[in-house]
Design a protein around this ligand. Structure first.
Ligand SMILES: [Zn+2]
Ligand SMILES: [Zn+2]
Length: 79
């Protein structure tokens, strides 16, 4: 469930990300933080620059600190 973040929360989280993927999952191909470039207008697009939101854990409230902005590669790797 990642669709619970409000538009304001997502925008704040995206600004915090600096447009670079915030994923740090150790089971992905990147080591450390992914840092793939993302483009704000490309949310949900399965293209370079595409991205989605990721909730830090399902029990956490839908606030910006619990909203990770991740590139489409990382989003797909989690499925
Ligand atoms: Zn990524
Ligand atoms: Zn990743």
């Amino acid at each position: 469930m990642s669709e619970v973040f409000s538009a304001d929360v997502v925008k704040a989280a995206f600004i915090r990300s600096d447009g670079e993927c915030e994923c740090t999952k150790s089971n992905h191909k990147h080591s450390g933080r992914c840092n793939n470039l993302m483009i704000y207008s490309m949310r949900g697009m399965d293209l370079p620059g595409g991205w989605e939101t990721d909730r830090v854990n399902s029990d956490s409230p839908p606030v910006a600190v619990n909203c990770r902005i991740i590139c489409m590669d990382c989003f797909k790797a989690d499925k």
